[in-house]
Design a protein around this ligand. Structure first.
Ligand SMILES: Nc1ncnc2c1ncn2[C@@H]1O[C@H](COP(=O)(O)OP(=O)(O)OP(=O)(O)O)[C@@H](O)[C@H]1O
Ligand SMILES: [Mg+2]
Length: 321
């Protein structure tokens, strides 16, 4: 388990990471999601032992960063923001070089590991190619193979899909998911859909702080609970409409909103029942419809506005947030 408590990092007097706490369970894929400059890279560099925090603690499997830094480093594979590859080398030669540095000296063991990595990262067809000639996506795959060389328990990837085309992104995601079946993974991204598609848990960071941290499922659920119904009616006064709407359900919060036309009244209607589900929402929709149908008013608009996770992310990471 990775346990981060009150991690803080200053560059001179600028606070890039401000009191971040996180835990990552074994086997979990955590997405560190945040806009440019949020502090993702700085956080990952501290987690991998490359930067010392100004304060706070990092514990990995009961080992203490600062005291057992080398032991922790041996548990972690790290792919930095721009993969440090030697462009004039062949993929095979580069991986051989990495393997030797990491202490895999027996050629037979190396061959076995290369076959596994080629399979895992889809490298079989490019082993004999110069790194300089590879697409960005293929270079990233070589970078992941580098990070996974010693089969570490934990893999940390800094924006692994940044600058890739959609096909390459899908390939890298698949590799991350398949590694994630057995390993703990932390990766950073500024793309919400990426975190949503791949991660078990998402920590949203902004200006060095954690502004949300939950399982992907729960974040999605709270986003959908923030949905509401927009209703516009022609015929009644605001008070008449309010009085009728109030009789539908005690758990409704009804807010009059600005109406586009003079003869029209508009409302936002939210369920205050925190367990409300999609089917209940549909039920409220139809109850509103039936109530109004019994009057001579005209429904000009009856629509469900769902607050997507995207909106929540934008709210939490606004420039002025
Ligand atoms: N070596 C440094 N010296 C001074 N300030 C730095 C340094 N590295 C980063 N910063 C600042 O710290 C803040 C966090 O930077 P960091 O690179 O951790 O963010 P990030 O979330 O990884 O951003 P990006 O999405 O652009 O990679 C930014 O405002 C950045 O300008
Ligand atoms: Mg970064």
């Amino acid at each position: 388990m990775i346990d981060v408590q009150n991690l803080t990092k200053y560059y001179n007097d600028f606070c890039a990471v401000d009191n971040i706490s996180l835990t990552v369970q074994p086997g979990e894929i955590l997405g560190l999601l945040g806009p440019n400059g949020a502090g993702k890279t700085t956080t990952l560099r501290m987690l991998t032992g490359y930067f010392k925090p100004n304060s706070g603690s990092i514990t990995v499997n009961n080992l203490q960063m600062g005291k057992d830094t080398l032991k922790i480093k041996s548990l972690i594979g790290y792919l930095p923001e721009s993969a440090p590859l030697y462009h004039n080398m062949l993929v095979y030669d580069y991986l051989t070089y990495v393997a030797k540095i990491k202490g895999i000296l027996d050629p037979e063991k190396r061959e076995i590991r290369f076959r596994e990595l080629a399979e895992l990262c889809g490298l079989s067809a490019i082993m004999g190619k110069p790194i300089a000639n590879l697409s960005k996506g293929l270079k990233q795959r070589v970078g992941i193979a580098h990070a996974m060389m010693t089969d570490p328990q934990i893999l940390i990837l800094d924006e692994p899909t940044s600058g890739l085309d959609p096909n390459q992104i899908a390939e890298i995601r698949n590799i991350i998911r398949s590694i994630g079946k057995e390993k703990t993974i932390i990766f950073s991204t500024h793309i919400l859909s990426e975190a949503e598609a791949t991660c078990d848990r998402i920590a949203i960071i902004n200006k060095g702080r954690v502004v949300a941290n939950d399982t992907t499922d729960r974040l999605k659920q709270s986003a959908s609970q923030a949905s509401f119904i927009r209703l516009s009616l022609t015929g009644p006064t605001e008070k008449q409409a309010m009085d009728l709407l109030k009789t539908i359900d005690d758990n409704l919060e009804i807010t009059p909103i600005f109406s586009m036309a003079d003869a029209m009244v508009s409302f936002e209607i939210r369920s205050t029942n925190s367990n409300s589900s999609t089917s209940e929402d549909a039920d409220i929709n139809s109850r509103i419809y039936l109530k109004i149908k019994a009057t001579d008013w005209i429904i000009t608009e009856l629509a469900k506005e769902s607050q997507a996770l995207e909106k929540i992310f934008q709210e939490l990471t606004r420039e002025d947030a």
